[in-house]
Design a protein around this ligand. Structure first.
Ligand code: CTP
Ligand code: MG
Length: 224
């Protein structure tokens, strides 16, 4: 199976609050985006396309290997992935039969998560997400913050990336999206057109870096 990776790296990282785009923020001295690209390659992806903020192309190109394709992202993650998918037709032959979409903001994702996603695709799944169970009790509150109910936890899962797709399925699902439609991940885009999404085991180390605390935890995990 020939798989290409997309790294969504075009966000600004408002919640992290650094003075550069989140994907360029260093972890143990290396930009987050470099960690994400390396994970995909180590896990079995053949090539990688990275969607970056248009105004930061040069800064990203300077830190990424020459064979990584850099494209201008969009105003939303959905628009950024759409731009990277469009660039995939320019990658030459063979046209990939699988696409893995990954967040630059998940730098410590173990390559074995990538391998599990690829294996599920090879087994015939059209859409695959890595997931973890919920550890906390989950409740519903009213406008005053008073608990009004509990949500049964057993069937709940936290969804991570990389998410894997049959390429034609993902392209068709994005083509069916309304302009301006916004999804926080890609599996929800294919589910919107009725494609079943299967799950594989994710990893705690694949946690997303959103706020400063997450970056501090990541630094501890890499032992610096
Ligand atoms: N992303 C993207 N294009 C956008 C917005 C987000 O490619 N227009 C990417 C981010 O770079 C990130 C991933 O989607 O790797 C997950 O998004 P998130 O964690 O929300 O990152 P940011 O949008 O950068 O952060 P914030 O929401 O705090 O501004
Ligand atoms: Mg965001």
């Amino acid at each position: 199976m020939h798989a290409v990776g997309i790294v969504a790296a075009a966000g600004s990282g408002l919640r992290l609050g650094a003075d550069l785009p989140k994907a360029l923020v260093p972890l143990a001295g290396r930009p987050l985006v470099c960690w994400a690209v390396d994970t995909l390659l180590a896990g079995g992806v053949a090539r990688v396309v990275v969607a970056v903020p248009a105004s930061e192309r040069a800064a990203f190109a300077a830190v990424l290997a020459r064979d990584v394709v850099v494209v201008d992202g969009g105003a939303t993650r959905t628009a950024s992935v759409r731009a990277a998918l469009a660039a995939m037709t320019d990658l030459g032959h063979p046209t990939p039969d699988a696409v893995l979409v990954h967040d630059a903001a998940r730098p410590l994702t173990p390559p074995d998560v990538v391998a599990r996603v690829l294996a599920a695709l090879a087994d015939g799944a059209r859409a695959v997400v890595p997931v973890l169970p919920m550890a906390d009790t989950v409740v519903v509150v009213d406008d005053a913050g008073v608990v009004t109910g509990a949500v049964p936890r057993a069937p709940l899962r936290r969804v991570q990336t990389p998410q894997g797709f049959d390429r034609a399925t993902l392209v068709a699902a994005y083509a069916a999206l309304d302009d301006g439609a916004e999804h926080t991940d890609d599996a929800s885009v294919v589910r919107a057109v009725g494609v079943p999404v299967v799950t594989v085991a994710g990893a705690e180390r694949a946690a997303k870096v959103t706020v400063v605390h997450d970056l501090e935890v990541a630094e501890l995990q890499v032992g610096t």
